[in-house]
Each structure stands twice: as structure tokens, then as C-alpha cells.
Design a protein. Structure first.
Length: 549
């Protein structure tokens, strides 16, 4: 089976904060897991370099949009690399290759009458002398009354058109825009209502928020959506007489999953290799994103794929809820955020990964607090996992002269480990990462209890053979934890295999044993304790950056 994993494309208009990556990490865990099972994996993503937020940031700084996109794209690459994201390709939407794929698909959909042209009213600011992109228009949502952008309401998740907003204003000058006619191309979304209804009814592996929100849109009835806009930056509409018109960001960004796959294929030296991950034969696809992107992945993207034909529809929609910060919503404008570059500079990447998986917004909104972040590190990563690995390897190093003793594996623990590969693997396949991680850590806690009950420090004096069996068992546990936890905590797991002198081991998602007589490498701690006084320091920093803003 071939596995395609698409991670949402972050806007390259500012630094990544923890809320933006909290859901994306799911994709990396799943990619790493499937590679361990021996499946072929293609894990793709990139930076969205055409969105209105980038134009707004460029205007604010008085620089070009390209310079903003370049700055943050490179920062994203650095952050994702340091966090251990194992993308097969991480590209960008202003790459010429992406533009070529988007324009080709645009023309194909136009020929198949999935797209059509018509004159429509567009918001126009007389004061700015320009048509306004959707995000340049702000007003009250017609459905819930909250302040909303011209493309979507964050409060009620409605997809909007700027003309639907009440009390519209131009975000650039705060004047009230007028409307003017302009020719644009539309996606015949309404004609796919029945097909999408059928698709949703058969959906498996979707999170509940994706099912419920998609069902709501379908019940309300789908409306055709404009796929082009009068914009300054973006991908040109490849039709004569369309000067100044761009393919709207929401359609070309989601096509990025396909263009990135094709670009990866070209880079592998086989232009047709991408087809292995997009045909209906033995393919499983995962799309990982926040709940604000649900309709784009469950309705708009499937419509484009159905319209093109012969392209695999999404199987798993893993749409995370929101992560809050110390009880309040993340706000870049108010500088109420924990920035990923800062976090990576001061904390272990596995500490970040562990917290976001164990406490992240998988099925409900969850909160990041510095207290929970530091206590989860000290209590679980260091106190349970790190402690088990260190206490046993140090004992072997000291008592058995850094050589694994000759003993017999505890049968019940071996059975538990084998069952854990099956049960945690099934949970990962379903995108239920919190449960998978907790099941492994529950096992770790039971193993610490096992050592406490065996008391090898006494056994070595009174019953050396039993002590050897205890330590042999613990070594096998440690090795298998380095595999079971590899999708979640890759840095610590690599460190374990280095200590075991197995860094070149061709390991897989199966119970594995290391032989007696094998020599250990240099023992080192997996994690360092974080001073709990750091909680107050970080909370105060957060408050101060919020005040300064």
C-alpha cells in the first residue's frame, strides 16, 4: 500500500507559533509510523506564499511580498527540521513548478466545464482605486453577526463572499467599498452536491468536526464559488484577456498537494512516480490541518479531484481543534503567542512534540500552559521514560561492564510488547495519537514498577541469574520503546539506539531483540530536568511581550 500524507500549508506572513503547528505534527507521526511498517510514504507540504496576509504584512513593513515570503519560508524550513518533521518535500506556492501544475489543472477543469466564466460584482475601494481581495474586506458575518473576513468567519466557520458581509469596510483605509462588475471564473460546486453527499456518507477515518461541518454545508446547499480574483500577486489565469486576474489562493493552495507530489516525482528522476500515490489502486491518503480548513479539504478539494477524474479522494481527514494559550486564544496581533523559534532555542524538540501529542487539540480545544508543559516534561518524559532507560542502562554499564547480560526475556512482558505494536499501530492508523502515546507510556510506568518489584540492586547480590534475566528483559524493553516511540519522539529514540550501538539497525514496527554479550556505547541522559521556577519566568515573559505590543 502507498500512503499519501498532506500537511496544511502555513501562510508565510509571520513566524510560526505553537497554535499553528499543534495539529500539523499529526502528519509527521503518521508518516514515520508507516515508514516503520514498510509502506511507501509520500509526505508533502509547503509554504503558502500568495495569501493576502502576506500582502498585508509586506505593506505594513514597506517591502515586497516576495521578501516576506522568502524570510518566513526559510524560517519554516528551519523550524520544521528542528522539530523533526520528515517531509519528503516541502515546497512553496510561488515555485514555477506549482504554477504550471495549477494552470494546467485550471485549463483541464475549464474544458470539462467544471469551471465557467461569468461577470460578477466585486468589492472595489474608490479611495484605494483597486478591487479588494476577500481578506481586504471586513464586516459582520451574515450568519452569526461577529466580525469576519471576506472569505470566512472564524466564529461560526461559514465560508463567505465579501458581498455577504454587513457593514463592509476596506481594511487598508477603513472606507466603505462599492461594487463593480468584473469577469471571473467559477467552480460549479453546486453540480457536485449529490456526489459529495455520497462521498460524505461513505467517509471513514474523518474526525467528528469534519463530518459535522461538512454535513452542515451540504444540508444548507452548496453554492458555486469564484476561483479567480483581481489581485496583485498570485498565479496568473492562463486565458488570453485575463490580465491582472489571478487564480484565487484557496484553490491553488490545495492543489499544492498534487503539485508537490509531481515536483517530488521529478526530483526523484521519475516523472510518473507521483501516480503511485494518486491512483485508486492500493492508496491511502491523510490530510492534516486545523478545523478552519475543513470545507476546503472535504468539499472544495474533492470537487476538483472529481472534476479532474482518476485522482484519489481524501481518505482520512484529521482536522484538529484549536490550541489556546494560558486560557486565551492565540493572537499574533497582540503578541499573545509562544513562538516556535523561541521554543526550539530553549527546549528539547521531543518535549514540544510530546506535549502537543499528549495534550494537543486532537478532538477538542486544549490549552498550552507553561506549568503543564514543564511538568509533563519532568513527570513523564524525564520521570517515567528517561528514568526507566537511564536507571537500567547505568546499572548494566556498572555491574556488567557495559555488556548486556545473558538472561531470559520475561514472557508476559514480551507478549505485552507484541500486543502494544498491534494496538498502538491501529490507533496511529486511525489518527488517534493521544491514545496511542498514552498506551505506550502506561506500559513504561508498568515497567518502572516491574524494576521496583524485582529490585535488581538486591538480586545482583542474592540471585545473580535472576538479576541477569531482569536486566536482559529491561534491555529488550528499552530497544522496543525506541521503535514504538520513534514516530512520537524521534530524537530520544535515536539517542537510545546510539547508546545501544544500534544506530545503523534496520529496524521496523515489530518486536525486536538485542543479543546478550552486545556492548553498550556511551551512556547519556535522554532528558534534563527543567527547573520549575522557569514556569514563572516564561509566564512573565509572555505577559511582558503582550504589554509591549
Amino acid at each position: 500500500m502507498n500512503v499519501l500524507i498532506g500537511g496544511a500549508w502555513p501562510y508565510a506572513n509571520g513566524s510560526l507559533h505553537l497554535g499553528r503547528v499543534s495539529g500539523l505534527l499529526t502528519g509527521d507521526v503518521i508518516a514515520r509510523f508507516y515508514r516503520l511498517t514498510g509502506e511507501k510514504v509520500l509526505y508533502v507540504s509547503g509554504s503558502d506564499c500568495h495569501g493576502t496576509p502576506i500582502s498585508l504584512q509586506a505593506k505594513k513593513e514597506g517591502v515586497s511580498a516576495r521578501s516576506i515570503a522568502d524570510r518566513y519560508h526559510e524560517q519554516f524550513i528551519d523550524c520544521f527540521s528542528k522539530l523533526g518533521f520528515s517531509y519528503d518535500i516541502y515546497t512553496r506556492t510561488d515555485d514555477p513548478f506549482h504554477a504550471e501544475v495549477v494552470q494546467s489543472l485550471f485549463l483541464e477543469l475549464l474544458e470539462k466545464k467544471v469551471l465557467y466564466k461569468k461577470a460578477v460584482e466585486q468589492t472595489y475601494c474608490v479611495n484605494c482605486d483597486r478591487f479588494l481581495p476577500d481578506r481586504y474586506v471586513e464586516g459582520n458575518c451574515p450568519h452569526c453577526g461577529n466580525i469576519a473576513r471576506g472569505d470566512q468567519c472564524d466564529a461560526c466557520s461559514s465560508i463567505l463572499d465579501p458581498l455577504e458581509l454587513h457593514h463592509r469596510v476596506c481594511k487598508l483605509c477603513s472606507e466603505t467599498p462599492i461594487t463593480r462588475l468584473s469577469d471571473h471564473y467559477f467552480l460549479a460546486l453546486s453540480s457536485f452536491q449529490n456526489k459529495l453527499d455520497t462521498y460524505l456518507r461513505k467517509a471513514e477515518g474523518w474526525r467528528e468536526n469534519a463530518i459535522h461541518l461538512s454535513a452542515r454545508y451540504l444540508k444548507e446547499g452548496l453554492q458555486d464559488r469564484a476561483v479567480t480574483r483581481d489581485l496583485d500577486i498570485g498565479i496568473d489565469v492562463p486565458i488570453e484577456g485575463s490580465a491582472g486576474k489571478k487564480i484565487y489562493v484557496w484553490i491553488e493552495a490545495i492543489i499544492g498537494y498534487l503539485s508537490a507530489s509531481k515536483q517530488w516525482s521529478e526530483e526523484q528522476g521519475d516523472p510518473d512516480l507521483w501516480k503511485d500515490f494518486w491512483s485508486d489502486n492500493e492508496v491511502k491518503s491523510y490530510y492534516v490541518h486545523g478545523k478552519d480548513n475543513i470545507p476546503f479539504h472535504t468539499l472544495l478539494w474533492p470537487t476538483l479531484l472529481l472534476g479532474a477524474g482518476d485522482l484519489h479522494l481524501p481518505d482520512h481527514i484529521l482536522s484538529s481543534e484549536y490550541l489556546t494559550l494560558e486560557g486565551k486564544k492565540f493572537s499574533t496581533s497582540n503578541n499573545w503567542a509562544v513562538w516556535v523559534p523561541y521554543l526550539l532555542e530553549h527546549y528539547d524538540p521531543d518535549t514540544i512534540r510530546y506535549f502537543l501529542i499528549a495534550n494537543g487539540p486532537e478532538n477538542r480545544d486544549t490549552d498550552f500552559s507553561w506549568r503543564e508543559f514543564i511538568y509533563s516534561h519532568n513527570g513523564e518524559l524525564l520521570g517515567a521514560f528517561g528514568n526507566f532507560v537511564n536507571r537500567n542502562l547505568v546499572f548494566i554499564d556498572k555491574v556488567y561492564h557495559h555488556t548486556i547480560p545473558d538472561g531470559k526475556m520475561d514472557d508476559s512482558i514480551q507478549i505485552t510488547i507484541k500486543q502494544l505494536y498491534i494496538s498502538s499501530g491501529d490507533l496511529i492508523r486511525q489518527g488517534r495519537l493521544k491514545e496511542a502515546l498514552e498506551s505506550i507510556f502506561s506500559f513504561i510506568r508498568s515497567c518502572n514498577k516491574y524494576v521496583d518489584e524485582q529490585k535488581p540492586w538486591i538480586q545482583v547480590k542474592e540471585d545473580r541469574a535472576t538479576c541477569e534475566a531482569t536486566m536482559f528483559t529491561c534491555t529488550q524493553v528499552i530497544l522496543n520503546l525506541s521503535i514504538l516511540l520513534d514516530p512520537f519522539l524521534p530524537f530520544a529514540c535515536r539517542k537510545i539506539r546510539n547508546i545501544l550501538s544500534l544506530d545503523e539497525l534496520d529496524y521496523s514496527w515489530n518486536y525486536t531483540e538485542i543479543s546478550a554479550g552486545h556492548e553498550l556505547g556511551k551512556i547519556e541522559l535522554l532528558f534534563q530536568r527543567i527547573d520549575v521556577n522557569q514556569i514563572e519566568v516564561e509566564v512573565e515573559k509572555l505577559k511582558q511581550q503582550n504589554i509591549r505590543n
